[in-house]
Design a protein around this ligand. Structure first.
Ligand code: SF4
Ligand code: SF4
Length: 286
């Protein structure tokens, strides 16, 4: 079973849900936690992992031997990402646009292109509160988060319940974190902005065929538009976290809800044991 916690934008309480779900469930079953928010991972604040090893994630960048190059332009024609250009007697590689796919090297008729490794970031592996924890850390200035998320997902143990804290938004990194999940829990707020971002997140989850449950955080502020939207779309609201001073205080101090308020441990277990499993079964997950 794989559950991805996502939201259309940052700051909605996605990591609160992911970390508390992991902590609440780890007592009864094997759990592993993957922080896929590689630009700004913050699950470690709540889970306080001990990191045991790291792995570099690289892409291969093309480098052109101008002594061999005939400036035929085949490499630029083949590149889908406009990452290589031939301008007169010059070949320019735009490293930040390059996906490291190697196609330009393959099509070069004179073998003028070689590849050099370039580090995008690292994956850290460790243990948090007795269960496996991993996270990606994108290097500063790098734009390509998706390869780190793919690498993180390579480490998923099929015998564990994997909880993935997705990057915020609706771009490729979020899609990479949701794709292949048995369930996406979308965290939102009951406000017009929350609804706007929820719609986008629902679109992403549906585009990759993943069943959805919605969690309303800061319940009590705003209006009922999120509820009406969910009712219209047939999307279940599987949990509500109230707008509450004590919850906000715990969050600001990096204290998991389930540690300070034991009733939340039961609520997160119930979320999984009843609603979540029901949702997954309805969509044919064994
Ligand atoms: S395909 Fe090879 S020879 Fe042609 S322009 Fe590109 S690097 Fe030069
Ligand atoms: S490796 Fe792929 S993405 Fe990069 S320049 Fe070559 S063809 Fe384009």
């Amino acid at each position: 079973m794989r559950i991805t916690i996502a939201s259309g934008k940052g700051g909605t309480g996605k990591t609160t849900v992911a970390t508390n779900l992991g902590l609440a469930l780890a007592d009864d079953r094997p759990v592993q936690f993957l922080d896929c928010d590689v630009e700004e991972p913050n699950a470690h604040i709540f889970l306080k992992p001990r990191i045991e090893r790291t792995k570099s994630v690289e892409k291969l960048l093309p480098r052109v031997d101008e002594a061999k190059c005939t400036y035929c332009g085949e490499c630029a024609k083949a590149c889908e990402f406009n990452a290589i250009a031939v301008i007169g007697k010059k070949v320019i590689v735009y490293d930040e646009l390059c996906h490291g796919c190697g196609l330009c090297r393959m099509v070069c008729p004179v073998g003028a292109i070689s590849e050099v490794p370039h580090e995008l970031g690292v994956i850290e592996y460790g243990v948090a509160r007795g269960f496996p924890f991993s996270r990606g850390l994108l290097n500063l200035g790098e734009a390509m988060a998706t390869p780190l998320i793919h690498e993180l997902k390579q480490g998923i143990d099929p015998d564990s319940l994997a909880i993935l804290d997705a990057p915020p938004g609706t771009g490729c990194p979020t899609i990479a974190a949701i794709q292949g999940a048995d369930l996406a829990l979308l965290v939102t707020e009951p406000t017009p902005f929350g609804l706007h971002d929820l719609r986008a997140a629902v679109g992403v989850a549906r585009s990759v065929g993943v069943p959805i449950g919605v969690i309303i955080n800061r319940d009590g502020i705003g209006d009922d538009m999120v509820e009406r939207y969910c009712a219209d779309e047939g999307i279940p609201i599987v949990m509500r976290i109230p707008f509450d001073r004590e919850i906000a205080r715990l969050y600001s101090q990096g204290i998991p809800l389930v540690d300070a308020l034991p009733e939340w441990r039961d609520r997160f277990r119930a979320l999984y044991d009843t609603t979540t499993m029901k949702l997954a079964r309805e969509d044919g997950v064994k």
